[in-house]
Design a protein around this ligand. Sequence first.
Ligand SMILES: [Zn+2]
Length: 163
Amino acid sequence: MFIDFPGEHCDTVRISITPLVVVMNLKEILQRWKEKVRRFMSGRYGGDQFSRFLSFAVLILVFVNLFVRSGLLWLLGIAVLVFIYVRMFSRNYEKRRKENERYLQLKYKLTSGFRNWMDRRKQSRDYVFFRCPSCRAMLRVPRGKGKIRVTCRKCGNAFERKT
Ligand SMILES: [Zn+2]
């Protein structure tokens, strides 16, 4: 789309206004689309940590499938993807929230061993860690105190330990 302006020396200067119009239209279209999505999603559950994890799992599946090329993996990926969308569009907040809660608890349990190990490593300069010989509870005593008598705070068992 062009607008003709009479130039100073009889020539006409053609100024293109097309890109500007396109940009304005795009903006409007995007705005309208956003509004539609917002209206569609209102009252629906949307995303959470669980769906983020599932999306990541699908990504891994797709990647693995590049090498394995298994129809079963492909089907599994699609199934998980469908599950993600079903959860996002769900109006059953309570059920979805519980699913997310269960996921977070499981994740916490599965990573606690590693977290504790990291924690002990960080403190290993100042503390000695060992398990109680009778109840296997993890105990911590300051490092470099020589031979000391330790009383387990869980079962009350007393024993001696070099630090
Ligand atoms: Zn104990």
